[in-house]
Write a protein of this length. Structure first.
Length: 95
């Protein structure tokens, strides 16, 4: 299991729809800190992308916990592929 810690912005990530003169966009925030802005002509896609990004830290934490718990099972032979995929996703997020 990877023992590295997430180096990104700490805290609960949320989304906010920002209305401006030049167009709307979605902001992903951690408290008062801006994590990123999502702009696109398709507001449905922008909102979905912002929500996915905002959920990323929670999903990473859950995936780390799941992968760790699965590796502790006595027989993981039928899920070794899934564990490896989870580990690769975790490594990608923490690199």
């Amino acid at each position: 299991m990877n023992t590295e810690e997430f180096q990104g912005t700490k805290g609960v990530w949320t989304t906010e729809n920002v209305l401006t003169y030049s167009g709307d966009f979605y902001k992903v925030k951690a408290g008062d800190l801006s994590v990123c802005n999502i702009t696109t002509r398709n507001q449905v896609s922008a909102r979905a992308n912002a929500r996915l990004i905002a959920a990323a830290p929670d999903m990473l934490e859950a995936l780390i916990n799941i992968a760790s718990n699965l590796k502790n099972l006595p027989d993981t032979s039928i899920i070794d592929g899934a564990i490896e995929e989870a580990q690769q996703a975790i490594e990608k997020a923490l690199r």
